[in-house]
Design a protein around this ligand. Structure first.
Ligand code: ADP
Ligand code: MG
Length: 234
């Protein structure tokens, strides 16, 4: 495996048990992403997109097969090691932001900061990020005082503030109108533009996917189809 590979997957299989039956969801024989790539993966609802991101981030374990991030074998790590890897290497953006409602914008970002910084350093760092996403005047607002697009901007800052080499986004525009979705797509790409940063977005929004340098259909890598029908039959 070369030093320029960020993600390497081999013979990966994931299934779920539904009412005593085994439903195969993912079967990925071989797939890799180079460091610095910006990839959108599209697929209909139920095609295993979220499951794939959960496996890449170590939230879920594969039933069989291998997943390497920066040559670290995730499938062999213990829970504590996975937690550590996630904290140091991965930023996660979700459809529904998951901001803490009782904390201000600034505080929502601050609790994600893993570095020990002085109060002044923290304020400067977070202030700089909020400026990058156009929220410099919102630092003391609560999430409920922001639009959905603004809330997603805060969630993006929270995911990127520790400068993770890998950014994962699960339907980051899924609950936004198309115009806001466009802005958020552009923001994610701009903020991840550094050559060393790898961005993987899963989405059923083809408009968003088209903006990415690399755009894959999940069925280009996944051999399992029709998991949605299977699951809804159960
Ligand atoms: P997508 O994100 O593409 O909409 P998911 O990865 O969420 O798809 O789900 C893929 C399939 O796996 C769906 O059929 C879903 O019902 C099923 N599934 C997901 N999580 C579980 C689970 N914990 N238990 C059983 N089935 C699940
Ligand atoms: Mg999903």
């Amino acid at each position: 495996m070369g030093g320029n590979v960020l993600l390497q997957i081999r013979s990966l299989e994931k299934e779920f048990r539904v009412d005593g039956r085994t439903v195969p969801i993912l079967n990925i024989p071989e797939w890799s992403i180079a460091k610095g790539e910006k990839v959108a993966i599209t697929g209909p609802s139920g095609s295993g997109k979220s499951t794939l991101l959960h496996l890449i981030s170590g939230i879920l374990r594969p039933d069989r097969g291998e997943i390497y991030i920066n040559e670290t074998p995730l499938h062999k790590l213990k829970e504590a090691e996975l937690d550590k890897l996630r904290a140091s290497q991965i930023g996660y953006v979700l459809q529904d932001f998951h901001l803490i409602p009782s904390l201000t914008v600034e505080e929502n970002v601050e609790i994600a900061l893993k570095w020990r910084l002085s109060a002044k350093q923290k304020k400067d760092l977070i202030g700089g990020w909020l400026e990058k996403v156009g929220l410099q005047n919102r630092s003391t607002h609560l999430p409920s005082q922001l639009s959905r697009g603004q809330q997603q901007r805060v969630a993006i800052v929270r995911a990127l503030v520790n400068d993770p080499p890998l950014v994962l986004a699960d339907e980051p525009t899924g609950s936004l109108d198309w115009e806001t979705a466009d802005e958020i797509s552009e923001l994610l790409l701009n903020l991840s533009a550094a050559e060393t940063k790898t961005l993987i977005v899963v989405t059923h929004d083809l408009n968003m996917a088209r903006r990415f340098p690399v755009c894959l259909d999940i069925y280009d890598v996944n051999r399992i189809r029709g998991s949605k029908q299977e699951a809804s039959m159960a």
